[in-house]
Every structure is written in structure tokens, then in C-alpha cells.
Design a protein around this ligand. Structure first.
Ligand code: ADP
Ligand code: ASP
Ligand code: MG
Length: 471
């Protein structure tokens, strides 16, 4: 590669490098040109994963929620892609070919518009990646780069858990190797749709919002990649979201465990399950900036060498606290099991749990949209203890809270971090509703009112900056 990063990053030339470009790297023709420059400038076997153009999946989600808007959304998406194709210099047969692909893909949107089952919603959601990936492939071809558009649906085998489908890694490995290894061998770059898969019947599925990150690491595991590079709009992973916290520092290296924990607790820079396919491999991930490709980015690997006293502060909004409480709960076996069985019944995912020492309360945090059905399920499952025995006298909901989590493996066994965090919050008069320490001992989470969130992250960040001095 021509950029300086290739000189500092040592890569095994015999193994392919997986690139993934997110929606933020595809928002304008200018950015897509940068993507194409990066791909064209590399002399290493490459496989490239492409997300939908920024904002397009959101439009498709809205179209799914409101069938009346389907046609206007389709027209908007069509105009946006045609405009990009022209601005990117496609013309003549190349533009006509793209127009045909556009119409054929968007036909899936119109034909299925009337019924709103999970299967139809996934087919509609899949159009974003199919349109952006073909566009990038055609622009590369026009530049004379040997590449091929690959629809990932036949390669990524999933179950039928629509919108959040789970991937069958063994079958995916088999299908992916058969389809992509011969291309890589010939020096052709596969340009692959992110986010999409299909079930046993060949029906289209999607693997969760932001899922293209996962597509990239799946391909990394299946093809024994040299590394997986996730290209986005920031220089790497920072000690806090750089959009809101100007004091945040860039982390040169972090561990898989830290990155996974940070992603789970809201560091939106990678999808929470991104690292799962790579855990048993030696394939590392690097977060890089499309707008600043010379920077080495953040390396995510199993044993970082240059780790300082790293702490990452993350936050999640749009969550509620549920408290189940009552004096009759003390010492009664099976209370927690009953509560969480009722929660599971609704397939609610619990983000955090904390129990008071006297066992009068069990508190847990779930997403806002899952509150009504979860509370109904709890009331139903615990009715005997509420009405007959009065063991439980309240199921309370506190909406509009946020979770702040501080993550860092070096926190384990270190004295005083929690003290510093709570001192900082106290000094800023920020009230903490609940606290939990991760079982791994390298994260501490706290719940507070959403309006205090940014201020709290700033306060914690400033207090811990000394800890971060070694970076
Ligand atoms: P893409 O479209 O490339 O997938 P995302 O929006 O999913 O981009 O992720 C990039 C964004 O993640 C950044 O713009 C940044 O604001 C946000 N982000 C949140 N927390 C962090 C963090 N700790 N470090 C870096 N970026 C973060
Ligand atoms: N386009 C999908 C989304 O916006 C997947 C992705 O971008 O990773 O969620
Ligand atoms: Mg993303």
C-alpha cells in the first residue's frame, strides 16, 4: 500500500485482509471516492465488506414501520443512489447497468410492501447493502480494479430469528471458502454485502443493526485473514465517545475482552458481537478512519502489548430501571429465578442486574421498548406472591435512565477506582440510582438519570485521566 500505515503495520502477505466500510464512510460521493482510493491503493489480497449508505437502513426501518411511506421511501432511496452513481462518474453502459440493478433490487421493496411479517421486513432491509455494494463494485471496476460484487446471502447461513438472525459459523465457513477462495486466488477482490444472510430455505435474513462489522469478522474467521480492518469516521476507539467528549483520548491497543465489554455497554463504534467469531483465532481487528487513513487506528487483539492504564467510559440511553421489591422477599429461595423466568418469557434482554444486600429489592435494567410486556409478564407470573402472600409489594419502573460503564482489564484487583468514580459523581452532585460490578471485575456500571449522563461521563473521565496517563 502507498500509505505510511502499511510501513508500520506488519501483515502476512499470504493471508487476505478484510476491510469493512461503514455507512459513515459512504455518505457522499467524496467519501466513496476515498473508499475506492483506499481499496485501489493496497497490494495485499483483499475482501471488502460494504454497509448501506449512511441513513438508508434507517429509511428502510421507517418504511417497515409505516407501510404508507414505503413508496416515498423507495423513491428517495432510488434518487439518492442514482445521484451518487452520477456524481461518482458512472456513465454509459456502466450507469445503465447500475440502473438495472437498482430497479431490480427496489422491486423487492414494492412487491412485498403489503405484508409486514419478519421475513418481508428483512427482505426490505436487505436492499440498502445490495445497492451500496454494487455501486462501490462498479466504481472500482470503472477504475480498472479487478473485483466482483458478491451478494452475501447465499454465504452467511443463519437461523430465522428475523432482524437479529444468529449465524451458523461452520456452515458459513464452508460456503464462504467455496465461493471466495477461488476469487482471492485469482487476485480478484470480492466486494461483499454486509449485514445480510439467509436461512436454510434461502430466505433473506439480517443479523442485527450495525451487523456489517460482524459480517467482516465472520469472513475474517472463515478465510483465516491477516487482520480485519473496520473503517469508520473516527481514528479508532477512544476513552469516551469523541462526538460528545472532546477530552477523550485515542487508544492504540485494547483487548478483545475490553472491546466486547465496551461495545456491549454502548461504545457504538463496533457491534457488540463483532469479536465473537475471532475469539478462538489469532486474527486481530483494527479500527481505522476512512478520512484519515494514514493513522494506525486502534488494534483489538487478545494480548495487547502497549496497554496503558486504559479505561473506557461508555453510555447507553433509552433504558428503564425495574425494581421488584417487598419485605416478604427476604431469604425466600427461588425469587430471583421466578423473576427472571418471567422476564425471559418475553425474550427481554437484561442489560444489568443489582440486588440490595437485604434482598428487599431486585433491580434490573432493560430497554424502554421492552418495558410494557415485561411488566405485564412479571405481574402475571408473580400474582400469587403479590396478591395472596404480599411477599412482593411493588414492581416499580423508573424510565429515562442511562447506564454508564467504565471498562478496563487493568481495573481488576486495583484499589480505589470505584472510589474515584463515585467521588467524582458526588462532587458534581450526580445521583446514582443503581450500581453493578461486572462479574469479570473489569467493568463497573452505574445507572443515573439520562439528563446527567454527559456530565457524568465528563466527570468520571476527568477523574480517571490520571489513570490513563500511561497511554
Ligand atoms: P459506521 O457507519 O462506520 O459503522 P458508527 O456510527 O457505527 O459508524 O460508529 C462510529 C461512531 O461511533 C463514531 O462516529 C463515534 O461517535 C461513535 N463512538 C461511540 N463511542 C466511541 C468510542 N469509545 N470510540 C470511538 N467512537 C465511538
Ligand atoms: N446497514 C446496517 C445498519 O445500518 C448494517 C450496518 O451498517 O452495519 O444497521
Ligand atoms: Mg457501525
Amino acid at each position: 500500500m502507498k500509505s505510511s500505515s502499511s510501513k508500520t503495520i506488519n501483515l502476512d502477505k499470504g493471508r487476505p485482509l478484510i476491510f469493512k466500510f461503514g455507512g459513515t464512510s459512504l455518505q457522499t460521493a467524496e467519501r466513496i471516492h476515498k473508499v475506492v482510493d483506499i481499496i485501489a491503493g493496497f497490494d495485499q489480497p483483499l475482501v471488502v465488506v460494504i454497509s448501506a449508505v449512511g441513513g438508508v437502513t434507517d429509511l428502510l426501518v421507517q418504511a417497515n414501520a409505516d407501510s404508507a411511506s414505503l413508496h416515498s421511501k423507495r423513491d428517495k432511496i432510488q434518487r439518492l443512489h442514482l445521484q451518487l452513481a452520477k456524481e461518482l462518474g458512472l456513465a454509459g453502459t456502466s450507469l445503465a447497468d447500475y440502473g438495472t440493478h437498482l430497479n431490480e433490487t427496489l422491486a423487492d421493496l414494492s412487491a412485498e410492501g403489503s405484508s409486514r411479517d419478519g421475513k418481508t421486513r428483512d427482505l426490505i432491509l436487505s436492499t440498502g447493502e445490495r445497492l451500496s455494494t454494487q455501486l462501490v463494485a462498479q466504481v472500482l471496476e470503472a477504475r480498472g480494479v479487478g473485483c466482483e460484487y458478491i451478494d452475501s446471502r447465499p454465504l452467511i447461513r443463519t437461523d430465522s430469528n428475523w432482524q437479529e438472525a444468529r449465524v451458523d459459523l461452520a456452515t458459513t465457513e464452508d460456503l464462504t471458502r467455496k465461493a471466495l477462495a477461488p476469487l482471492i486466488e485469482k487476485g480478484v477482490i470480492p466486494i461483499v454485502t454486509g449485514f445480510l444472510g439467509s436461512n436454510e430455505k434461502g430466505e433473506t435474513t439480517t443479523i442485527g443493526r450495525n451487523g456489517s462489522d460482524l459480517t467482516a469478522t465472520l469472513l475474517g474467521a472463515c478465510l483465516d485473514a491477516a487482520e480485519v480492518w473496520i473503517w469508520t469516521d473516527v481514528d479508532g476507539i477512544f476513552t469516551a465517545d469523541p462526538r460528545y467528549h472532546s477530552e477523550a483520548r485515542l487508544l492504540p491497543e485494547i483487548s478483545f475482552r475490553e472491546a466486547a465489554e465496551a461495545a456491549y455497554f454502548g461504545a457504538a463504534v463496533i457491534h457488540p458481537y463483532t469479536l465473537w467469531p475471532l475469539v478462538k483465532t489469532d486474527v486481530a481487528v483494527r479500527i481505522k478512519n476512512t478520512l484519515n487513513p494514514e493513522q494506525p487506528g486502534t488494534l483489538i487483539c487478545s494480548e495487547p502489548k502497549r496497554r496503558g492504564k486504559i479505561l473506557i467510559t461508555t453510555s447507553i440511553e433509552g433504558v428503564s430501571v425495574i425494581t421488584v421489591g417487598g419485605y416478604g422477599m427476604v431469604g425466600v429461595p427461588g425469587i430471583a429465578a421466578r423473576i427472571f423466568a418471567a422476564v425471559r418469557e418475553e425474550e427481554t434482554s437484561v442489560l444489568m442486574i443489582s440486588q440490595s444486600s437485604a434482598e428487599h429489592n431486585i433491580t434490573f435494567i432493560i430497554r424502554d421498548q421492552e418495558v410494557p410486556q415485561t411488566v405485564a409478564s412479571l405481574q402475571n407470573a408473580l400474582a400469587d406472591w403479590i396478591e395472596r402472600d404480599h411477599r412482593i409489594d411493588r414492581i416499580r419502573v423508573v424510565p429515562d435512565v442511562a447506564i454508564i460503564t467504565v471498562v478496563g482489564e487493568n481495573m481488576r484487583g486495583r484499589y480505589g477506582i470505584a472510589g474515584k468514580i463515585f467521588t467524582a459523581l458526588g462532587r458534581n452532585k450526580i445521583n446514582v440510582i443503581a450500581i453493578a460490578q461486572g462479574s469479570s471485575e473489569y467493568s463497573i456500571s452505574m445507572v443515573l438519570k439520562v439528563e446527567d449522563m454527559r456530565r457524568a461521563v465528563d466527570a468520571i473521565h476527568a477523574e480517571l485521566d490520571e489513570e490513563n496517563g500511561g497511554i
